[in-house]
Design a protein around this ligand. Sequence first.
Ligand code: AMP
Length: 177
Amino acid sequence: MLSRLRSMKKLEDLILTYKDFPKKGIDFKDVLEILQYPDIFQDIILKMSSNQFLKNAEAIISIDARGFIFGSAVALESSKPMIVARKPGKLPGHILTRGYDLEYGKNSLSIQSNALKKFNSFVIVDDLLATGGTVNCVSRLLQDQRKEILGLITVIELSELKGRSKIDFPVKSIISL
Ligand code: AMP
């Protein structure tokens, strides 16, 4: 328990806050520093990969772009297939797209329909849950195609923004800030 508390403290120290990025009023929490500490990165991936709701999912869907870093490592560790939700103009072939509101603007996400067709149940992986708009967008894209979402796994949750309240499946975050 003590070592877990120590590693949580160390993790908290590694998440740097950039004030007023990318817009005034936003405290941007950057997960990239974690990647410079392989032991902590590995610890996070092991925790994310051992999550209960991942066990029953056919595949992982990870979200552009920091979500890909964690999603692909979790896919490898858990031996699950992974598909991606990407920002506009990045995916070839037939795509399904939906718009959403961010904490600091608007965006849209697309999924390749061929990839989506192959699986029925998903766990979503991203770096951070803020207002929940991004995850909600992916969730609507999947639900439109009658796909099941078993949960969301993130590294960080900004609990004050109450993203969980917008999501109708279980959420597991490694650290809540
Ligand atoms: P949201 O849709 O508000 O839950 O935002 C989640 C997505 O936007 C994640 O993919 C994050 O990468 C990014 N994001 C939103 N707010 C922040 C923040 N304060 N710090 C870092 N990333 C953020």
